[in-house]
Write a protein that binds this ligand. Structure first.
Ligand SMILES: Nc1ncnc2c1ncn2[C@@H]1O[C@H](COP(=O)(O)OP(=O)(O)OP(=O)(O)O)[C@@H](O)[C@H]1O
Ligand SMILES: [Mg+2]
Length: 324
């Protein structure tokens, strides 16, 4: 009887303990969920501030890129202004020559002829068309740069999954970054056949920008950056190759770590690759790096063409392979 009672008490104690543990576990679970959310938010902020830092870095280049077309459009407007003055002079002379009160029709016609010769009408006709076409191109170029910058700087809150042509996305990135690298590096594009890819375009812009800026920074005096693309089965690949300084073997496994940088203080935060890595991972893709000191580096991004479920698309995916 006593032992039965002891058993009942022990059983009851066990139930109470189990209930307590369940409460503890669910409290712990809620805390972990909150921490996870806070971490995700912090990660998002990091991606966003890295993007802003990149924009700061390329701002001078972008300003130069915009300044150039603005400069020649302004100069074209000045030339068009003087052409118009000549043409209006000619038009006035014609009008006078047709006027019945004109003293001598003969004399006015001679003046018109002389003016027409001095104005070089045929040349003006061709040059006006050319100046207008060049100016239109210049304004369009500025428009595209501003549009691409706007796409790039879109905040993290409106991360929208879209099915897009990644060649357009790379070209848009090149549009805003070309000036940053053009004095040192020739940029070559070798595009294959790519299906449209489901992605967050503004995020991939950020990745492309980081890889191109890194490639440019790795080139000392002059070199080449080659961007090639291709597709196989259900994935596509984009390769950024440079003929820069290369990455020492002992750094190869660290370059994706946040804050790992070999650049002087103030020049690199060491966030570019770690942020790029997390963006690519969010797309369910991978980044592979091959490099050889003194010869250059090659970063290959692989992305699935379609997302099984965008919000959950996360597979682990960085690998550092042997030198080129
Ligand atoms: N193409 C490359 N060639 C040589 N080294 C590279 C290349 N890309 C990255 N690295 C190395 O990896 C390091 C980390 O790159 P990451 O882009 O993360 O940071 P960062 O360029 O130093 O700074 P930032 O935050 O401004 O991008 C670089 O400091 C550099 O040593
Ligand atoms: Mg970088």
């Amino acid at each position: 009887m006593t032992s039965l009672l002891a058993l009942v008490i022990a059983n009851h104690r066990m139930h109470v303990e189990r209930a307590n543990r369940i409460v503890e576990l669910s409290t712990l679970n809620a805390t972990m969920q909150r921490m996870n959310e806070a971490l995700e938010e912090a990660q998002d902020q990091l991606v966003q501030s890295e993007k802003m830092a990149s924009i700061g870095q390329i701002a001078a280049g972008v300003a130069h890129e915009i300044n150039n077309p603005i400069g020649y459009v302004l100069s074209n407007l000045g030339t068009l202004d003087s052409y118009l003055a000549s043409l209006f002079g000619l038009l006035e002379a014609y009008t006078e020559s047709e006027c019945p009160s004109s003293v001598s029709q003969q004399a006015s016609l001679a003046r018109v002829r002389a003016l027409r010769e001095s104005v070089n009408f045929e040349f003006l006709r061709g040059d006006i068309v050319a100046l207008l076409a060049e100016s239109r191109d210049g304004i369009l170029r500025v428009k595209h740069i501003v549009q691409d910058l706007k796409d790039f700087s879109r905040g993290g809150v409106d991360d929208v999954w879209e099915v897009v042509n990644l060649h357009d996305a790379i070209d848009r990135t090149l549009n805003i970054v070309r000036n940053e690298v053009k004095y040192k590096a020739r940029i070559e594009t070798r595009y294959g056949n790519l299906p449209d890819v489901e992605c967050i375009p503004s995020r991939l812009h950020q990745v492309f920008l980081n890889l191109i800026v890194n490639a440019g920074q790795a080139i000392d005096a002059s070199g080449t950056i080659t961007i090639s693309t291709g597709a196989s089965l259900s994935e596509i690949w984009i390769r950024f190759e440079d003929t820069g300084c290369g990455i020492p073997k002992e750094h190869l496994h660290r370059i994706f770590e946040p804050f790992f940088t070999t650049k002087p203080v103030g020049q690199g935060t060491g966030l570019g690759l770690s942020v790029s890595y997390s963006i690519v991972r969010r797309h369910g893709g991978s980044i592979e790096v091959e490099s050889e000191v003194g010869r250059g580096s090659r970063f290959t991004i692989r992305l699935p063409v379609r997302q099984p479920c965008p919000q959950l698309a996360q597979t682990d995916a960085v690998s550092a392979a042997e030198p080129v």
